[in-house]
Design a protein around this ligand. Sequence first.
Ligand SMILES: Nc1ncnc2c1ncn2[C@@H]1O[C@H](COP(=O)(O)OP(=O)(O)OP(=O)(O)O)[C@@H](O)[C@H]1O
Ligand SMILES: [Mg+2]
Length: 434
Amino acid sequence: MPLHRRFGRFLLVARMVITIYCGYKVRQIHGRVTGGSRRRDFYDRQHHRAARHIRDTAVRLEGLIVKACQFIGSRADVLPPEFIEVLAEMQDRVPPKPFTLIRPWIENQLGRRLEEAFAEVEENSIAAASLAQVHRGRLHDGSVVAIKVQYPGIERVIATDLANFSFFVNLLARIERSFDFRILLEEVRTLIPLELDFENEAANARRFAANFAGVANVRFPTPIAELTCRTVMTMDYFEAIKITDLAGLERLGIDKHDVAALLTDTYIRQILVHGFFHGDPHPGNLLIQKGPDGPVLVILDLGMAKEFTPQLRLGLIRLTAAIIARDAVAIGAAFRDLGFKTRTGSDDTFVTLGELFLGQAIRSGKAYADMAMVDRINDELMAALRANPIVRASSDLLLVMRVMGLLSGLGKTLDSKVDPMAVMLPFLGLPAGP
Ligand SMILES: Nc1ncnc2c1ncn2[C@@H]1O[C@H](COP(=O)(O)OP(=O)(O)OP(=O)(O)O)[C@@H](O)[C@H]1O
Ligand SMILES: [Mg+2]
């Protein structure tokens, strides 16, 4: 992408950030001048305006900003409802490309005429998200399929975003040493190209299905190899509803609390038992069907996944057990085993980190975070990092934290009653307690 287009993308993001920042500032001053009575109302409207501005910028720019919106729009636990309502659109309702563009692209990528590959392809897409849009179709044998088609040219847009992101992360790390996000950059750079390769996604789908073989209430798409390449993935179509469609769940007679429990169990199992987990459980990628014994969870969009070595998986189990037991020595040892190091070599920062990210959730007995938890994280973590900074961290835990954040948002939406301690203990090889 030429430099001026790359710069143009940056300017649009910068304009968005400045406009939103100023919008909140103006409201803050206005609120102070006019007194508190109408302040809430003002803020609600500003949230709406900010969310719409972010959405419009994302629709225009495409690429990584859509991914960022998906994450923000999934955090019903810590963000105002105005953000959730508007930004949730980016999970599966991004404006699609016209079929006149998509049809020749599928033919070109699969190397055969559409009529030859499919008996029918619906012209209107059923959904569209950050990298692809999905069309329902039928094979010549009559089976109904979902055809996931990567947007033509999206690879270049993403490469530009990665270059811009990399520039700023490196600049920030140089100017302000306590804001060093280079491990995040490294992780994003590793994971995003994998998501753009649908052969990789198809391989992941087969691997997840094998790991969950015999588990009737968790399903994954089965890719059709002859009709799948780097940019097109054909798979079985799922008649199902989105996990956050509370009215739909009620209509089907599915208890949302059962959905929350199944979801939590499925992801803990992937991380702590299989050591191979899906890193993108935002609501657009999770569907629910009605099974004979309660809900069935369908997990889609499996390009972003991570494998843990047995050593890493055991390290994480040890860390979780140490945090539950509030064993400071064991917490320090577990963090060090996972590749972390503090400047002084003492473990105080690790203990704070463990307590803030997992300990307080476990001890609160609540399935999702809230603003009070986030405030504690901000204040206490900053203080701990100032006193004894972490000089080496491992990028491996970032995707686990992303999963925890997304599940926390879903937990709030589903009004989860899951007790984090009770669901974790069996996976740690500890007795479940009295
Ligand atoms: N097999 C399927 N059956 C039914 N619907 C599907 C299927 N596959 C995808 N969809 C729908 O299409 C949407 C987009 O597909 P998918 O999530 O794979 O695209 P993506 O661009 O990679 O998404 P993301 O932005 O989350 O990375 C999904 O949110 C879902 O609504
Ligand atoms: Mg998706």
